[in-house]
Design a protein around this ligand. Sequence first.
Ligand code: PGA
Length: 253
Amino acid sequence: MASNSIYFIGNWKMFGIANSYKILDKINHFFQKDKKNNKKYKIIIAPPFTLLQKFKERYKDKKILISAQNCHNQDYYGAYTSSISPFMIKKIGVSHVILGHSEVRQSGENSSIIREKTLLAIKNNLKIILCIGENKKDRSRNITLRVLKKQILNVIKKRSSLKKILIAYEPIWSIGTGKVPTNNELKRNIIYLKKYLKKKFNTKYNTKFLYGGSVDKNTINDLKKIKELDGFLVGGASRSSKNFIDIIKNFYK
Ligand code: PGA
């Protein structure tokens, strides 16, 4: 495998109410019992803002990490109705934040905002799960790699940021559609980007890349063959403990 730890990250999007901690409890129960493999992977769950604090309190001393799904591009406090700053997220003990998700980009978020958020998240010692991905048109025009490189370089300007960021490659056409790239396509993109970043930033550091987009207990069987991947960002299938656990089970089968 490409790294010591494989990440299984659940992005709950707009899902979850108070008793949804039960899903997390079941995942945690599985994790505790999975003595054979549980040193090899990390679980991160990204619930909506309404559940962040509750989940963090419940999982304070546990191995399961909690991530926010977004943050604002201004720090501390301010007159930004409906927003949560990186500082506020860090203060409740959350370790990660997802930035640049295509569903957020769609609502008008551009690269410079994502960069500002990234810098503030780093300043607050949060780790970033940075989403990138081409749309259907980019893919058919054969400009996927160009698009992905641009999305990364618009946000990451310094070598020192690389270690604080997990890049989640999520082709937009694969999110929630049941479609995933072929292993060849995915492998080509990941290998290319990893090599490119090493050269660009003159580093030996192997930037971590996750794949996201229709990851489930079936698609994982092929995806797991791509040794260059460091983990998976799971949307729909992460909202049921059984589906999420099955992904991990099948990965190690
Ligand atoms: P999906 O979503 O697994 O439901 O395709 C992935 C994501 O949007 O992160």
